[in-house]
Design a protein around this ligand. Structure first.
Ligand SMILES: NC(=O)c1ccc[n+]([C@@H]2O[C@H](COP(=O)([O-])OP(=O)(O)OC[C@H]3O[C@@H](n4cnc5c(N)ncnc54)[C@H](O)[C@@H]3O)[C@@H](O)[C@H]2O)c1
Length: 314
């Protein structure tokens, strides 16, 4: 089997490449990544001898063709930071929508056996009570989630029009090692370690459903091996925490005072709560393995051990 992982030098992508190397030692893994500010070759240092790395842009056919023919494509490559999408939406449409289109054309030309699109629960928008199911309407709030929703429509259109064997995953917020320090959890940990104020949007009561990154990786693999083409699968652990609760958990674990909490002006269109129903993927035999309490300590420890390299990226 030959796997192509786009965006494999980013947070989830690099964890997924590590997962594939361990799970499928006999198979070939090709990583295609543009190495934007969020992608780092160092994230793959421990597996570099076991993969083929191509520096390239998913929006450029010439770059994508360098991957040769592949059996399964996992498209992680994307612009991913909501705040950046508010100040510069164009690059999100280019990478997340146009880039997906270039990859789908490549997948179609090469008759791949699976094309897995990594999407997000943010395409549903906010929900006050209950959890979104895969068939629910999409109502994205930010240019980021709107671009991801547009990409999903394109992916499903290739299934209907060309019979391309596609599957979409929509995961909730991930955390774990190698996450770029612009996202909530690494920001909070690195600020706390440096005794600096921890920025909390608005009242801090926005709720996210936290999923440890290796559980997302096993979910994506389960969908690839057991999922049905043309289908969408939510992935989440049901570990809901407000941003304020999360900040307090991190401060407590690092034995830092709560006076470091600093409330800042809320961002525009900030969704209040995300929550996904995961019955469909659980029917494939998947469930999260990492308890939140253990995973968050492991994540804090990872940033503590790697503080020097990661705090300089902030
Ligand atoms: N992080 C989360 O909590 C989360 C939750 C749900 C879904 N997702 C989705 O998972 C995927 C990965 O997210 P992440 O948090 O690891 O992102 P990330 O920002 O850490 O990494 C993105 C990677 O994509 C690469 N990239 C960007 N533009 C590219 C291009 N034009 N061509 C090739 N490579 C390009 C970057 O260099 C980087 O390595 C994204 O599709 C995202 O929408 C993320």
């Amino acid at each position: 089997m030959r796997f192509l992982v786009t965006g494999g030098a980013g947070f989830i992508g690099s964890n997924f490449v590590r997962f594939l190397v361990e799970r499928y030692p006999e198979d070939e893994i090709v990583v295609l990544d543009k190495l934007t500010y969020a992608g780092r070759k160092e994230n793959l240092r421990d597996v570099r001898k076991k993969i083929t790395f191509i520096r390239g842009d998913i929006c450029r056919e010439k770059d994508v063709n360098k991957a040769g023919s592949c059996d399964v494509i996992f498209n992680f490559a994307a612009e991913t930071h909501v705040d950046r999408s508010i100040s510069d939406p164009g690059i999100f449409v280019r990478t997340d929508v146009m880039g997906t289109c270039t990859l789908l054309d490549y997948a179609h030309r090469n008759n791949v056996s699976r094309y897995i699109q990594i999407s997000t629960d943010e395409v549903y928008g906010s929900i006050t009570r209950g959890s979104f199911k895969e068939g629910d309407n999409l109502d994205p709030s930010s240019p980021y989630s709107a671009s991801k929703a547009a990409a999903e429509h394109l992916v499903l259109s290739y299934y209907k029009t060309y019979d391309l064997p596609v599957i979409i995953t929509r995961s909730s917020n991930n955390y774990g090692p190698y996450q770029f320090p612009e996202k909530l959890i690494p920001v909070l940990i690195l600020k706390a370690l440096a005794n600096k104020p921890l920025p909390i949007y608005g009242t801090g009561l926005n709720v996210r459903d936290w999923l440890y990154v290796t559980d997302n990786c096993s979910g994506i693999d389960r969908v690839q091996s057991h999922g049905k083409t043309g289908e969408i699968y939510n992935i989440g652990a049901g570990e809901e925490r407000t941003n304020l609760e999360m900040a307090k958990i991190i401060l407590k674990n690092l034995k830092k005072p709560e006076k470091l909490l600093s409330f800042i002006r809320d961002r525009p269109g900030h969704d209040f709560r995300y929550s996904v129903d995961t019955k469909k993927i659980r029917k494939l035999g998947w469930k999260p393995q990492m308890p939140f309490e253990k995973a968050i300590i492991q994540t804090i420890d990872w940033y503590r051990t790697n503080t020097a390299g990661w705090s300089s990226l902030q």
